[in-house]
Design a protein around this ligand. Structure first.
Ligand code: IMO
Ligand code: MG
Length: 421
């Protein structure tokens, strides 16, 4: 029986997780999304075309991999249908590959409105993506959510109406329950062929020895439990969420790929110890095209923070690192890496998500030589210039984790692989 590989973000999101899964999809027969919703934006460049994937696992782009949206996902049907149509236009046989869990919770327009409203009333604005992610998970845990399977129930209209009334009470706005019902009945019919019990299906695939990749969305520091609360998303993008979000057991997980960039970025509010609020930060943003895939927001940029990465490696049991944007950081003459925090006069390598700790933490840096030149054609680690090799080796030593994949450019083939997959 085969085991599933998990691909997880080890910072604040946008590490290039889609690229790792897209690469693993060369071998993978099944790719799975376990958590989050269309707050994710995974961009993958295939043959010069940039695909912005928000819900469907990027593995589907290989056009030979089953793509499963599992039970832990919160799903906006209209966004999903848009994505299905976009993929079909590009020749992807979505009808053959896509499976949607009957247990995934559905995002409704009133969730999006509540997201905006609650954010405006919050003591500490988070800078959410306004896609209704938080309110939909609230309904799930409050046990009044509407799941995909409920879209086919005869009492759907009454269910929607009762949720609409509650949302109106909270936001003071009016929602047209009748229209929402009609729209969602339509979406439900479009999605019907893809809906199934994905729990049984995933276990069946493992029994059949199919190689499976779980494509994480968001990232460790955005985790509702282990991230920099309250500046987090409403799900568990860490390893535990890959289990509850799919129905797989701990024994079913094999390799855990932790994805990082050779620098750091964050969108939205919240602490970021190695942030550069200067021209170097601006330069990294421009060189790395660090603007949100979904919102277009400029991302906050800074040096790579290995204290945080080590925390993510520990929490998720990462055994392989995927280091992206090595080419980008190599365009700078000198590169810094945060190797410890100085907190109230004490130097530590131990991370904490405590807000006071993170606010007080000052980065302790090591400096590396940059100017790697064009590394996009390098196919092996040894072909990399020595300065780049040294940078990668340092990350391996610090984290005690093998760097298995190295991103050297935007195209699919700009990737060095140092392990046998
Ligand atoms: P991918 O999968 C980066 C951030 C938002 C906000 C916080 C809460 O592309 O890495 P939410 O809409 O989830 O309630 O917003 O989480 N956030 C992300 N940041 N990448 C993502 O996904 C993110 N998904 C959510 O910016 O700060
Ligand atoms: Mg993204």
């Amino acid at each position: 029986m085969s085991k599933a590989s998990a691909v997880l973000g080890c910072f604040y999101g946008d590490e290039g997780k889609g690229r790792t899964t897209d690469y693993l999809a060369i071998k993978a027969e099944v790719s799975v999304r376990a958590t989050g919703g269309n707050n994710a934006g995974h961009s993958i460049v295939v043959n010069g075309h940039k695909f912005a994937m928000r819900l469907i696992p990027s593995g589907i782009l290989s056009n030979k991999t089953i793509a499963v949206i599992a039970n832990g996902v919160v799903l906006n049907p209209s966004v999903l249908i848009g994505e299905i149509n976009m993929l079909k236009e590009h020749g992807i046989d979505v009808d053959k590959w896509l499976k949607i869990s009957d247990k995934a919770h559905v995002i409704f327009p009133y969730h999006e409105e509540m997201d905006v409203y609650l954010e405006s009333k919050r003591h500490h604005p988070i800078g959410t993506t306004k896609n209704g992610i938080g309110p939909t998970y609230c309904d799930k845990y409050e046990r009044s959510g509407i799941r995909i399977e409920d879209l086919y129930r005869t009492d759907l209209k009454e269910r929607i109406t009762s949720r609409v009334r509650a949302a109106e009470k909270i936001t003071g706005e009016k929602f047209d329950a009748e229209k929402i019902y009609e729209d969602y009945k339509g979406y439900a019919e479009v999605l019907r062929p893809y809906v199934c019990d994905t729990v049984t299906l995933l276990h069946k695939y493992l029994k059949e020895d199919k190689y499976m990749v779980i494509e994480g969305a968001q990232a460790t520091l955005l985790d509702i439990d282990f991230g920099s609360y309250p500046y987090v998303t409403s799900s568990n993008p860490t390893i535990g969420g890959m289990l509850t979000g799919t129905g797989l057991s701990a024994h079913d997980i094999g390799d855990v790929f932790g994805v990082i960039k050779a620098y750091s970025s964050r969108v939205g509010e919240g602490p970021f110890v190695s942030e550069l609020k200067d021209e170097t930060g601006d330069l990294i943003r421009d060189l790395g095209h660090e603007y949100g895939t979904v919102t277009g927001r400029p991302r906050r940029c800074g040096w790579l923070d290995l204290v945080t990465v080590n925390y993510a490696v520990m929490l998720n049991g990462v055994n392989y690192i995927n280091l992206n944007h090595l080419d980008t950081i190599g365009k700078l003459p000198k590169i810094k890496v945060c190797v410890a925090y100085e907190v109230n006069g004490e130097v530590t390598r131990d991370f904490s998500t405590n807000e006071e700790f993170l606010k007080a933490a000052k980065p302790v840096y090591e400096e590396f030589e940059g100017n790697f030149g064009d590394i996009s054609k390098c196919k092996t680690f040894e072909e990399l210039p020595l300065a780049a090799q040294k940078y990668v080796r340092y990350i391996e030593e610090y984290t005690g984790t093998k760097v298995a994949l190295i991103g050297t450019g935007a195209e699919r083939e700009n990737m060095i692989v140092t392990i046998d997959l």
